[in-house]
Design a protein. Sequence first.
Length: 256
Amino acid sequence: MFLILKRILIAMFIFSYFHLFLCHMAMESLSYAKQIIYFHYRGEINTLKVLELAKDRALELGVNSVVIASETGRSALKALKVFEKTGIKLIVVTHYPAKTIGPKGDIPIGLNRPEYAHVKKFLEERGVVIVQGTRPFAGIERSLGWNSPTPESFIDKTLEIFGSGTKIAVEVALMATDAGVVDEGDIIVSLGGTYKGLDTALVVKTSYSFHFFTHFEVLEIIAKPYHPGKRVPEHADELWRGNMDQYYEPIDLSYI
């Protein structure tokens, strides 16, 4: 009797060990490692590189839509060339018509400004979807002041801990979904930048702004600057790099 009980206990131990081993192997098979690119500099200098990285990951994942932030159309034109013949839907989220401070004076922004009408037409004729809307984290409360203590501002400043590009990438994904050009729950690649150009790419499961805390998910970081940066104006920071001269020149489409 004792021998039979001993054999049963040994069998149970072996079964339990084997079961744990199989569970461990199953969990291991569900995990994977992906490289994240960290840029030493922030800003426009990273635009082409981050677009290429975003394209590669979108193709690997079978992502159908890529959302990018573009105030003047310059990043959008670069994206159009990078994503050519991929079959991926390119969505450009632009700023409302306004101006930003630059090293040589104000820079007009927003693809619906007359200065960029030819760029907008060029992009749309090639299948690019252009969205302009209210920024979820910088809407009507921004009229109270840049640092007004509102819930939206708290989200804005919290995301900036990861970098302005991360905040913008999250924000434009929400704006594209709110506009109806991306379905809620879609997995997309979203790109943002610091001041001008692009330097951050994320894989996100997007949602409407209304469902931000319950549905929105950041699934992967493809690339981002290593140092988030806090200095304003951003272009004056030693870790920001980019060609600012181009923003004071007309956009020539003849070379594209």
